[in-house]
Design a protein around this ligand. Sequence first.
Ligand code: CMX
Length: 494
Amino acid sequence: MMQRLRTGAIKNGQVWARAFSSEPNLRQRITQLIPEKQAEIKQLVKDHGDKVMGTCTVAQAVGGMRSVKSMVWETSLLDSMEGIRFRGYTIPELQKLLPVAKDGKIGEMEPLPEGLLWLLLTGEVPTEAQVRGLTAELHERAPLPAHIESMIRNFPKGMHPMTQLSTALLACQTDSKFAAAYKAGIHKKDYWDPVYEDTLNVIARLPRIAALIYRCSFHDGKIPDDDKTLDYSANFNRMLGYGPGGKGAGSADSDAFDELMRLYLTIHSDHEGGNVSAHATHLVGSALSDPYFSYSAGLNGLAGPLHGLANQEVLKWTLEFQEKIKASGKAVTKDSVAEQAWATLNGGNVIPGFGHAVLRKTDPRYTCQREFALKHMPDDELFKLVSTIYEVVPGVLTEHGKTKNPWPNVDAHSGCLLTHYGLTEYDYYTVLFGVSRAFGALSQVVWDRILGLPLERPKSVTTEWIRNHFADEDKFSGFSHKDGQFEQTSINMP
Ligand code: CMX
């Protein structure tokens, strides 16, 4: 059975590859890379397996394991000052390198997320032909299992779009190639193959699931068929109801919204491994739960207000402030923004869109969205308010003195861009984040299986264990080690 699955997939891959180029398609390129990468990780463990990368203090264990280096994540790496690099490339570098929509010039338009997917899965920048082939392949994989559409249409009114997304994706699990292959007794060394199949199928299917949720929750439930002539993002926008035939038809705005979606889906895709959605996906995948189970778990984490849901919280916060100011007859000023920020903090709430567990400067994902706004909508009223918030809130948070990073993150900007193009239903915003995050989190799951990473199982301890473990040390807290001898530093004897 496995042989049949694999041969079928490769055969399809060859058809797609032939149609677009004589170069290897994505599956073929990954297959070529596998022996080298498997040898590399074996050598890495042989050379450095007993070396200590970092430690974990009691404060870190209690404090959400911040900065504890204990996970391998190949697709991206986050530097606290510079921000994210996808397979070694910054966002501005990718904007100059990755293929763009048909008839566009690389470097002058936003990158296609399909190109980023190739990069995440191979570590290599794809050619235009490879990206066109991947777009076509994703279209082929897009049809949903028969029961999904009616299921979404029957979700209760008012169910949060993230609940719908996670549930609908999980319900596609009936179609998991990995689950079927595992049941049929697939050899361990071949796990990656059906995981890759599921990964591409999940990524291909998410736009239609997400668009159905949007059309049914907020509009008339009508949705056009997949348009195979379009790239992933433009097709997604049409299914959402934006662009020719939908809102903004024929206007320059519809092209700009396609560009925004390409940028949005590219920059939200991956943020190394420790964030909640990525880590949840990786953790669940380590139990050999298939990509539908794994990424549904990731989506449940993304739905938290301290993580992806912050993008809806930001717009809610901003609009409520805007309404309050308008109702009071006052103008938006730096003082009134500061007043609102202090009211939020004094109410015991966080200011959404600001702060980060790792970053210590403005998130480059915020910066590139700001640059997009400056290029396409500099006079937008909400953008101006978001800019004023950017000028004011870091100062307020610094004065407040708690947050380690007073600067804005990715979620502080996306809502005002989407609102500009008419996508005002902010309860829906995290779904867009969820479509994108699959690219990174699941690409890593493919590599988890290629590299043979095992079940994840860190050690936990009780607070009593910690107290008992350090009891003896506390007894000698007046002493320090020096040259292997105890040296008394105080007379605070037990
Ligand atoms: N507003 C108010 N207080 C904040 C704050 C903010 N934006 N950011 C951090 N703080 C507070 C924390 O709540 C914490 O307070 P306590 O000591 O009372 O618990 C203190 O500052 C220290 O926190 P930190 O070490 O700076 O930040 P954490 O790593 O604990 O948390 C994050 C990071 C993102 C959860 C936090 O900054 C936050 O809640 N931000 C607002 C929500 C948000 O924008 N989340 C989206 C992040 C990006 C994403 O994942 O999508």
